[in-house]
Every structure is written in structure tokens, then in C-alpha cells.
Ligand binder design. Structure first.
Ligand SMILES: C[C@H](O)[C@H](O)[C@@H](O)C(=O)CO
Ligand SMILES: [Mn+2]
Length: 420
């Protein structure tokens, strides 16, 4: 696509939207404030850099063996940089505790410290990224029985409590050094393949562990905690301790953020419809933008109906500042950097489309009971020239617009990832 075409299309889009009372420049400026957190684990199939630990457990699975997976911290950082170079705006990087810079040393999870993440902070500072963080309660011998913070053995629970407290301290320091609140997410794999009699026991254990974890008070200006539920995982089909009800109850009672992962609910259940309810009761929300397909909750994000609905719910509720947006998928069957770019661009497109929606008119139709008019305008809005605005946004930020980024990724694959 040529610059001239982008500009012409944008001018047309601007006047088309102006006719509907929509200020395109304002929508673009709002979109530009949306900072998306890129999950580091897409680049290396959730392997991380712990010494001697490369088995992925916890009921999550990466399928595919496309060549070019990042094998070292330097490769992973280079891949994230490459992806960022193809995405307009300023974004964040979401790290997991198993991605520490351990220098080949065996550092157990209950021993990690800020020094193991200092090189990430320095790198982020140099590149202008902000960081988010996650405790890693899977891919470890002490999670091999399927339980961590809810384990019946108090010694195992204590090990994971210590790990999560350390992660919260690391997140706090990341926030301090980078001058931006670090979101720390807690997801645990705890659950069972088959029937469990004493569900209350495990849930009581998880509640007690979380209470102990949150006894350590962090500075809200530097970090915020979020807790993530799941319906089931591979090997935890019959029982998941941290269900939606569990974390929703805990989050509301304890003023914690709830993470809504788009792939963690029943196949026909959508997170878009949970946003306006949760925002009434929790301070903020963390979204894990993902795409469930049958049993898998982690396909590459695309611009589908649910992603559009998520963005619409947030913009219609005027809640962009209360929702943190992170990506969460892992696909090893295609170019991994391409997967990032597809996912972030799709997310940005969904938000831009939502910001360009003729919401004032739609609300007025709704208030007047003009439901045919509401449905008709919603349908027409789908084909308004929002894509021209997105291309213009890319170009205005000096980022390759439209499908032209495909050849850039092919080139990086030829020169870099295919040689790994
Ligand atoms: C690797 C992440 O912690 C993980 O994806 C988590 O957020 C999740 O969604 C597990 O299913
Ligand atoms: Mn998730």
C-alpha cells in the first residue's frame, strides 16, 4: 500500500465519519494511549531461562514446531523488539518469573530476587518499554501433583507463597524503576483430572495462601495484583480450584483486580459481557486477550466478534483507563513474531473501531426505543472505513501499514530466525 493511497483513504474516512458526528483525530489520539502488554512467552513457547527446566506443565500446551523459537534472552529480546517495530504506539512487555536472567545458575522459585530481573529492567528502560510480571506456579517439581497454593501439604503451599511474595516485590521494583505501575498476575494450575470430594478444602487452602501472600503490602502506585481464573486445563478437567466464582469473590472482598482471560470460560461464554458488571465492583480489570478454539484457550488473537465486543464494552463504559490489556496466546505452528504482530494489530483495530463507533446516536436510538434504527446503524458501522484510519495511524507513527508488514517478517525470518 502506498502513502498516497493511505492519505487519500484517510481523507475520505475522515469526512465519512464527520458526517456521523465522529472526530477521527480524537479517536486516534485515544487509541494511541492504549498500551498493550506483549507476553514474552509467545516467542519461546513458554520455556523460559531456568537452568535444566524446559518441560511445560500446568495444563497448558503449545502445539507446533515452527523453526526459529527464541533460545536465549538476547534472542527473545530481539524478537520482541522486532515485533514492537511493526506495531504503532507505546507498549509493555509481560514477563513470567521463569524468564529471569539467572546466568546459568540454578535459582529455585522461592529464591528469586530483583537482581535476576535487573537486565530486563535495563533493557526495557533503554527501549522505552514498561514491564508487567507474573508469578510462575507451573513447570516445577513442586507443582507436579497438580496443586500449588492449594496443596494439602503446608510445606508446599509455603514454598509457593514465598515465590508469589517475591514476585510481588520484584513487580514493585519494576514499577519503581520504570516509573509505571507494574501489573502482577497470579494464575495457578491447581486442579484435578478426576472427581474431587473435598473441593472446599482446596479452596480454603487457596484462600488462606492468598491471604498470607497479600499480608505483604505493596505500594499501589508501583504495582497492582490481579488474580486469574480458569474453567479447566489439560489434566484438570474435573476440578479447578481457582474458578471464576472463587476469584470473583476473593477479588471483590479484598479489592483485587480480576483477570479475565478470553479463553478461560465455556465455549459459548464471553468475557465481553462480564466487563460492565465487574467494573461496578472491582477497581480495575486485567484482560488476557486470547482466542479459544475447542479445547485450546490460546490461539493467536484475530479481529473476531468477541474481540470487537470486548473493545466496545470498554469504550461504551468509558473505562479505557480502568482496563489493562495484555495478550495471552502461544502458537508454535506459525512464525512467532508474526503471531505477536497479528495479535496486537487485531486488538488495536478492535479498539479503534470501537472508538469510531457512532455511540451517541446509538444510545439515543436505544433510549427512544428505536430498536430497528439501533440495529441498522450497528450493522452499517461494521463497514465504515475504520481500516483506512488504522493504516493512517500506522503511517503517522512511521510503522509499515496494512499487509506490507508480511514481507518484513519474512525478511527477518530469512536473516535471523531461520538460522537458529
Ligand atoms: C503463561 C500464563 O501464565 C498463562 O497463559 C495464564 O495466564 C493462563 O492463561 C493459563 O491458562
Ligand atoms: Mn491468561
Amino acid at each position: 500500500m502506498k502513502t498516497e493511497q493511505i492519505n487519500q483513504a484517510f481523507e475520505y474516512a475522515k469526512s465519512r465519519y464527520a458526517g456521523l458526528g465522529i472526530d477521527v483525530e480524537k479517536a486516534v489520539a485515544e487509541m494511541d494511549k492504549l498500551s498493550i502488554s506483549l507476553h514474552c512467552w509467545q516467542a519461546d513457547d513458554v520455556t523460559g531461562f531456568e537452568s535444566g527446566n524446559d518441560e511445560l506443565t500446568g495444563g497448558i500446551q503449545v502445539t507446533g514446531n515452527y523453526p526459529g523459537k527464541a533460545r536465549t534472552i538476547d534472542e527473545l529480546r530481539a524478537d520482541i523488539d522486532k515485533a514492537m517495530s511493526l506495531i504503532p504506539g507505546e507498549h509493555r512487555v509481560n514477563l513470567h518469573a521463569l524468564y529471569g536472567d539467572f546466568g546459568g545458575e540454578k535459582v529455585d522459585r522461592d529464591q528469586i530476587e530483583i537482581k535476576h530481573f535487573q537486565s530486563w529492567i535495563d533493557w526495557a528502560k533503554e527501549k522505552g518499554y514498561k514491564l508487567d510480571f507474573n508469578a510462575t506456579c507451573f513447570s516445577h517439581e513442586k507443582s507436579s501433583e497438580g496443586f500449588t497454593l492449594s496443596h494439602p501439604d503446608p510445606a508446599i503451599r509455603q514454598f509457593w507463597i514465598e515465590h508469589v511474595i517475591r514476585c510481588r516485590k520484584i513487580a514493585e521494583e519494576m514499577g519503581r524503576q520504570l516509573g509505571s505501575k507494574c501489573i502482577h498476575n497470579i494464575w495457578i494450575p491447581d486442579g484435578s483430572k478426576d472427581l474431587v470430594i473435598d473441593r472446599s478444602l482446596y479452596r480454603q487452602n487457596l484462600k488462606d495462601s492468598l491471604d498470607k501472600i497479600f499480608e505483604y503490602k505493596t505500594n499501589d502506585e508501583l504495582m497492582l495484583d490481579s488474580i486469574e481464573c480458569k474453567l479447566f486445563g489439560i489434566g484438570s478437567e474435573s476440578f479447578v480450584v481457582g474458578s471464576h466464582e472463587f476469584y470473583m469473590g476473593y477479588g471483590i472482598a479484598n479489592n483485587k483486580m480480576i483477570t479475565l482471560d478470553a479463553g478461560h470460560f465455556h465455549p459459548t461464554e464471553v468475557i465481553s459481557d462480564k466487563i460492565s458488571s465487574l467494573l461496578l465492583f472491582t477497581p480495575e480489570i486485567l484482560l488476557h486477550v486470547s482466542r479459544g478454539v475447542r479445547w485450546d484457550s490460546d490461539h493467536v488473537v484475530i479481529l473476531n466478534d468477541e474481540l470487537q465486543a470486548i473493545a466496545q464494552e470498554i469504550t461504551r463504559a468509558n473505562a479505557l483507563e480502568r482496563v489493562h490489556v495484555g495478550l495471552d496466546f502461544f502458537d508454535a505452528s506459525i512464525n512467532r513474531i508474526g503471531a505477536y504482530v497479528i495479535g496486537v494489530r487485531a486488538t488495536q483495530k478492535a479498539f479503534l473501531q470501537a472508538l469510531l463507533e457512532p455511540t451517541v446516536q446509538l444510545r439515543s436510538y436505544e433510549a427512544n426505543g428505536q430498536n430497528f434504527e439501533r440495529l441498522a446503524l450497528l450493522e452499517e458501522a461494521k463497514s465504515l472505513p475504520w481500516a483506512a484510519v488504522y493504516d493512517y495511524y500506522c503511517a503517522s507513527k512511521g510503522i509499515i501499514a496494512a499487509e506490507n508488514y508480511i514481507s518484513d517478517i519474512q525478511q527477518y525470518e530469512k536473516e535471523v530466525t531461520s538460522k537458529r
